[in-house]
Design a protein around this ligand. Structure first.
Ligand SMILES: *Cc1c(COP(=O)(O)O)cnc(C)c1O
Length: 427
């Protein structure tokens, strides 16, 4: 059954990027540009990024940590939005970059980021990964396992600065796919083996072990968990460098509450000073909380099917947003430019899976074929996980800044789909 419910504010601007406004005519703008105009110019589905939001959040993170602990570095976890244009903006504000593969290293370097301000991660690094990290001269390679130790020992020709990733025995309360710090995690060295691994690393002249790393999960909304992480790391002997990973959660729907970056920095630095002292270097690696709010996705409604439930199908879905299928993430869509009574509908994608639902039970105002749907808080992990299911073309990324819009990643083309096929050309 469909039912109607009055909604006073069809769009909650606090979920949208920092510069988002509804102008006098009720038109949504980002970075001084009307979203309707951007969609008209660049089509749908479309990732729209407010560049000011990226800058503001980078400054907010850097200031929050540096003001509480001078020896702090904020490394952007590039996997959350691995586009050179995004990394370039954040690096220009002073962020380092966290990469987790040779590919991410290539992208970060293409953005002009300095390797000396990068950390290189991975639970299954290859020889190629270790060699490319060493050749680039990354600030730290994060050792995840004993095979990393063997590989670095074999491939390095001078001592490599390294951190050791520890699994600090914390079952972070988030979706199981997003929890990474428990003892059965595939990431890091289980707490019981840490001392032995440290001793083993110290026998290698080609590894300069400078500190400890942990990352307990993603979309974490309870700051106690970060404090528990710091406390767990204090059970190990002292090191000069501590990298606490990322993981701070963000708001996706209006009923969500998330800690501010200042609250997070307060708890993190406070716990560190209490448990580890002040004479240490601190690193954090925010991804989702750095870029999540800066981006929205725009779709066009392709069809409205009324039955037991009303399905509003859009021209994208799990090809451009896997957060729903992977983690059951909730989102808050809106029909652009419409106000009034809302109808409860299911917003579904165009892909051949019943699981390709974007939002269940979404209140939408008068959805019709051809209308634009906006979904806020898609700046993290949506571009990252975009795919070619059903041979859909991956959407472009458009930057809005200071009244102008420009494409920084173009839309895929049908030619792109055939680009890697080396057989068809011979027929
Ligand atoms: C994914 C990841 C991050 C970033 O996590 P967010 O939840 O996006 O902040 C940071 N560090 C490591 C090692 C990661 O794997």
């Amino acid at each position: 059954m469909t039912n109607t419910a009055p909604v006073s504010a069809p769009i909650d601007l606090s979920l949208y990027p920092e510069t988002a406004t509804l102008d006098d005519g009720g038109r949504l703008t980002l970075g001084g540009v009307a979203v309707a105009d951007v969609v008209e110019r660049f089509g749908t589905p479309l990732y729209v990024v407010d560049v000011a939001s990226l800058r503001i959040q980078a400054r907010r993170y850097i200031d929050a940590f540096a003001s509480r602990h001078a020896r702090s570095t904020v490394m952007f976890a590039s996997k959350s939005f691995p586009a050179p244009a995004v990394i370039r903006v954040l690096a220009a504000e002073g962020c380092g970059v966290d990469v987790a593969s040779t590919g991410e290293l290539v992208i970060a370097r293409a953005a002009g980021a300095q390797p000396g301000r990068m950390v290189f991660h991975g639970n299954a690094k290859t020889d190629e990964d270790i060699s490319s990290a060493i050749d680039a001269g990354v600030g730290h390679i994060v050792i995840d396992n004993l095979d990393d130790v063997d590989r670095i020992a074999r491939l390095a020709t001078s001592p490599v600065p390294a951190l050791l990733r520890v699994s600090p025995h914390i079952a972070a309360s988030t979706h199981s796919s997003l929890s990474t710090g428990h003892d059965s995690s595939k990431f890091g060295v289980p707490s019981g083996q840490v001392n032995d691994v440290i001793a083993r690393i110290r026998r290698e002249s080609m590894i300069d072990l400078q500190g400890i790393h942990a990352h307990i999960g993603s979309q974490i909304l309870d700051l106690d968990q970060f404090e528990a992480e710091v406390r767990a790391l204090s059970m190990i002997e002292r090191f000069p460098v501590y990298d606490f990973g990322g993981g701070l959660g963000i708001r996706y729907v209006r009923s969500d509450a998330a800690p501010s970056v200042d609250d997070y920095a307060d708890r993190m630095v406070g716990a560190m000073h209490r448990h580890l002292g002040e004479d240490v270097d601190l690193i954090v690696e925010p991804g989702r909380s750095m870029v999540g709010r800066s981006g929205i996705t725009a779709y066009r409604i392709s069809t409205v099917k009324r039955g037991v439930r009303t399905h509003v199908a859009v021209d994208g879905g799990m090809g451009d947003n896997l957060e729903v299928a992977l983690y059951g993430q909730a989102f808050e869509p809106a029909v652009l430019g419409k106000e009034g009574r809302a109808t409860t509908v299911d917003v579904v994608g165009r892909f051949c899976e019943s699981g390709d639902q974007l939002v269940r039970d979404a209140p939408l105002v008068d959805p019709h074929v051809g209308d634009i749907i906006t979904v806020p808080a898609t700046g993290a992990y949506c571009y990252t996980l975009a795919n070619n299911y059903n041979a859909a073309l991956r959407p472009p990324v458009v930057f809005c800044d200071d009244g102008a819009a420009r494409v920084v990643v173009r839309r895929e083309t049908y030619d792109d789909l055939l680009q890697r096929d080396v057989d068809h050309a011979h027929r």
